[in-house]
Design a protein around this ligand. Structure first.
Ligand SMILES: *Cc1c(COP(=O)(O)O)cnc(C)c1O
Length: 342
């Protein structure tokens, strides 16, 4: 099987497993795990923030990130295609007591600054307090779009003017770094906090980091404990993260080239209208047949993908698919075309 369902399907290789096996560990709830401490310091440095917190998942990184910036009853402004709004089980509302105010995401993953400005409530006793703007870069549902630095700067400047904090869901921030040819720290520079996943393009089995100011991370550590995310000898997992930050950042461009090649091959079939991938996510509009029908045909041919809405399929390139695998996948898909009636 060539598994293109997600960049979360990667399995740790020999060298990463060795780093995990040899990790020095301690009880991280007591602050005693030296490997976690090193990972948090390295993450903070890469993202240009004072401190960082290791958490089990991207969902928890965003939830802790958002909880730590807000009070129950506040309103958070975010994109209607964002991960926080679509895929985090409503945690911001349910656990944070927050009202989400979704604005239309533009196809490039950004938000319209005028719409954000209009969404901020006046200071009036009737109104919730609009305390947070949540951005996403790269933008998953916008086909892995790397949101430009001009858009980031315009939105963070507006947030500052409106006295809102900014949280960046940077699950794939290192894909954005490669696509924009700008350091992740520059992309996140004017965001108060930024989360990123180790378990996606970086190829780790588990883990995410939340980065921000030192006093914010102290409070975030308390919120992580409340959510049950305080782990003990998790340096075994952090060792994988340190390994990935050293060895897997510079290869993101390979995933992007593979995604472009995949989109190019799919575009030759009139049934498929793929995006022009900027990073590692290929979103394919299905012009003929059904999503279910194609997914089944692909699976039978040995290629795994996922449905991404009623007429879209998503395919993601990652550490465990090579350029040769992409050629192989395209060959298998060519074979599958005959299997699905028009
Ligand atoms: C995957 C993802 C997350 C959450 O990650 P999990 O580790 O699966 O909880 C958050 N934001 C974006 C944009 C993602 O793609």
């Amino acid at each position: 099987m060539i598994d293109l369902r997600s960049d979360t399907v990667t399995k740790p290789g020999e060298a990463m497993r060795r780093a995990m096996a040899e990790a020095e560990v301690g009880d991280d709830v007591f602050g005693d795990d030296p490997t976690i401490n090193r990972l948090e310091a390295r993450a903070a440095e890469l993202l240009g923030k004072e401190a960082a917190l290791f958490v089990p998942s991207g969902t928890m990184a965003n939830l802790v990130g958002v909880l730590t910036h807000t009070r129950p009853g506040d309103e958070i402004v975010l994109g209607d295609e964002s991960h926080i709004f679509n895929y985090e089980v409503g945690g911001a509302a349910r656990i944070g007591g927050l009202q989400t105010h979704p604005l239309r995401n533009r196809p490039d993953g950004s938000l319209d600054a005028g719409e954000v400005a209009a969404a901020v409530r006046d200071d009036n006793i009737h109104n919730p307090v609009t305390s947070l703007l949540a951005l996403e870069n790269t933008h998953n549902r916008c086909g892995g779009a790397a949101v430009s630095i001009e858009q980031m700067d315009a939105l963070t400047a507006l947030a500052r003017e409106k006295r809102m904090r900014v949280h960046l869901d940077g699950a794939r921030i290192f894909n954005a770094q490669a696509a924009l040819v700008l350091p992740a720290a520059r992309i996140a520079r004017d965001c108060d906090s930024v989360s990123f996943c180790l378990s996606k393009g970086l190829g780790c089995p588990v883990g995410s980091l939340l980065c921000g100011p030192r006093d914010y991370i102290v409070e975030a550590r308390r919120n992580r404990k409340m959510l049950g995310g305080g782990m003990r000898q998790a340096g075994i997992l952090a060792a994988a993260g340190l390994y990935a930050l050293e060895h897997h950042i510079d290869r993101m461009a390979d995933d992007h080239a593979n995604a472009r090649r995949l989109a190019e091959g799919l575009r030759r079939h009139d049934a498929f209208v793929p995006n022009d991938p900027q990073t590692n996510i290929v979103v394919v509009e299905v012009a003929r047949g059904t999503v279910g029908g194609w997914l089944k045909a692909f699976r039978e041919a040995g290629v795994l993908a996922v449905g991404f809405g009623p007429a879209r399929i998503r395919m993601v390139t990652h550490l465990d698919v090579s350029a040769a695998d992409i050629e192989d996948a395209l060959g298998r898909i060519n074979g599958a075309m005959a299997a699905v009636p028009a």
